[in-house]
Write a protein of this length. Structure first.
Length: 84
């Protein structure tokens, strides 16, 4: 079963910035694997289908990028507060 994009984001909220970067890399690899037709034919017989996984990965990519942006903003704010 796949998570909703919101549930995916909330599941990863407590991960470190580095862990979020790794998740983003893995999602991007899966997206590119689909786009370059590198999905094994046996995976087309499973549910959810590769097309569904691809579509969900694009939504997950958006959410993990939002999360990375939020974490970077917190870091930037912390640094600004320390320099004041």
């Amino acid at each position: 079963m796949m998570l909703s994009p919101e549930a995916f984001k909330s599941t990863n909220e407590n991960k470190s910035l580095e862990e979020c970067y790794q998740i983003r890399r893995e999602i991007m690899e899966d997206i590119l694997r689909y786009e370059y037709n590198e999905v094994p034919s046996t995976e087309y017989r499973i549910l959810p289908s590769p097309e569904t996984i691809y579509n969900m990965n694009n939504l997950y990519l958006m959410k993990i990028c939002e999360l990375i942006e939020e974490k970077l903003e917190v870091i930037e704010n912390d640094q600004n507060e320390k320099s004041d």
